[in-house]
Design a protein around this ligand. Structure first.
Ligand code: ATP
Length: 252
């Protein structure tokens, strides 16, 4: 589905990404783990066309993302959820307005108003919130509820891949566990794939089939989650694992 082939990016002579290669298959959940500054968000921005890599190729559904038409098509099928849900939502907009803005980007008009409202209500239900939240503003929701709305907004486009960029970092551990559960359910129901970006190996292993370990812009290790956890090959991966409690960290 997504092929990243030897992507490199340099900012002011600093090599932020060096020859990054990996693939994500349809419905697969791939975790990208690394410390702050290791280049995780830069990679996400390259996939989302918010940043241009200096070298390498990215393919979406077999076609190069260097092509404008492929990039345009990928804007619907690849969605992103960011770290800070409150800053991702306009404080002056109700949840309905935030969701509707996203909806209108991806659906052709004219659509019956009642149909739009029904579909937005269903999306909220899919993320565990009742329709009454449609009329609320961000300050009337908890941070975890705001993140659920951001996930619902990503689902508006019926994406095939969602990039989750540190999407649990602003949440406390019990709310993290609830959102992990939600993401697991959504994946089963909608066969959506994830690129799950985090500095926290516990949350990445809870959600991902495969792991990529990014260290100073280089993928130092990749493999099936169980294999990487049971038999880490790189010293950096071992140091990440040394700091966390017994695996599995968030059980199904
Ligand atoms: N637009 C930019 N201009 C210059 N340097 C940048 C730019 N964006 C990122 N960087 C630098 O690139 C490096 C990687 O940043 P990036 O945000 O990708 O890291 P990260 O792994 O996502 O970190 P975090 O987990 O803290 O978000 C950092 O040293 C950062 O300062």
């Amino acid at each position: 589905m997504l092929v990243i082939d030897r992507i490199s990016k340099t900012y002011a002579k600093k090599k932020v990404l060096q020859q990054i290669s990996f693939t994500i298959l349809p419905g697969e959940s791939v975790g990208l783990i690394g410390m702050s500054g290791s280049g995780k968000s830069t990679l996400a921005r390259c996939v989302m066309d918010l940043e241009r890599p200096d070298a390498g190729e990215m393919l979406w559904q077999g076609a190069s993302l260097a092509n404008k038409n492929v990039r345009r098509a990928s804007r619907k099928s690849i969605q992103i959820v960011f770290q800070d849900p409150r800053n991702s939502l306009n404080p002056a907009w109700t949840m309905k307005k935030s969701l509707k803005e996203a909806y209108l980007q991806f659906h052709r008009l004219p659509i019956q108003q009642e149909d739009v409202d029904r579909q937005l209500g269903e999306l909220l239900q899919a993320v565990g919130l009742s329709g009454e939240y449609l009329s609320r503003y961000p300050h009337e929701l908890s941070t975890g509820q705001c993140q659920r709305v951001c996930i619902a907004r990503a689902l508006v486009a019926s994406p095939e891949l969602i990039i989750l960029d540190e999407c649990l970092s602003a949440l406390d551990v019990s709310v993290q566990a609830q959102v992990i559960e939600l993401l697991r359910d959504l994946r089963k129901q909608r066969q959506v794939g994830y690129l799950f970006i985090s500095h926290d190996i516990a949350v990445v292993t809870a959600l991902c089939d495969r792991l990529l370990v990014l260290h100073e812009g280089i993928v130092v290790e990749q493999g099936r989650t169980e294999d990487v956890i049971a038999n880490p090959q790189h010293a950096y991966t071992r140091s990440l694992l040394a700091d966390v409690p017994q695996y599995p960290y968030f059980t199904e």
